[in-house]
Design a protein around this ligand. Structure first.
Ligand code: SF4
Length: 176
């Protein structure tokens, strides 16, 4: 079935994608609070820094700058920064190693949680680790793959992340 690209994503997609991210941050911060509140604060600061970095260096060049993308960041970026160049976005080269900072949002609390489970097992901690795992992988795959990338106008124009994940099929979008 042909995927329709959105000039403006429905608000419920924006809400859902942000609820997912914020849920992951809150679960991660809660798990790390087992080592002390300073760890939770450092973790949240790291998550916010990643978001700022994305806005400052990536969203500025995206077609959705000033528009409502699946994550709401296009509009936010339009309020904070001048529009860049969409050609720069399409020409950017990224590899798997560039995803490591984002992967750390999951990995830091997950590894910390495993250490805590080994030290002092509790069912609630084990359930939180399971929730973190499911939201980070299944949740992100659903939101990014089926709700975001599948309808992304920038992907049609060229998106290095879509190319990395979906290869030559990137411009047609992922198969549901
Ligand atoms: S689609 Fe991605 S890169 Fe484009 S504005 Fe939204 S969050 Fe930023």
């Amino acid at each position: 079935m042909e995927q329709v690209a959105y000039d403006r994503y429905p608000p419920w997609v924006v809400v859902l994608s942000n609820v997912l991210s914020i849920s992951i941050w809150i679960i991660g911060a809660y798990i790390l609070s087992g080592f002390g509140l300073l760890w939770s604060a450092l973790y949240l600061a790291y998550c916010i820094w990643l978001e700022f970095r994305l806005l400052r260096h990536t969203c500025v060049d995206c077609w959705y700058h000033g528009r409502q993308c699946a994550f709401g960041k296009g509009r936010l970026c339009g309020l904070l920064f001048e529009k860049g160049d969409p050609a720069v976005f399409a020409d950017r080269q990224i590899g798997w190693k560039d995803l490591v900072p984002d992967l750390m949002v999951f990995l830091i609390p997950f590894v910390g949680g495993i250490v805590l489970v080994v030290q002092r097992f509790s069912v609630s901690l084990a359930l939180l680790l399971g929730a973190l795992l499911i939201l980070s992988f299944r949740g992100n795959a659903l939101i990014r793959g089926k709700l975001a990338y599948a309808h992304c106008r920038q992907r049609e124009m060229g998106c290095p992340a879509a190319l990395l994940f979906f290869g030559k099929a990137a411009r047609e979008g992922p198969r549901p």
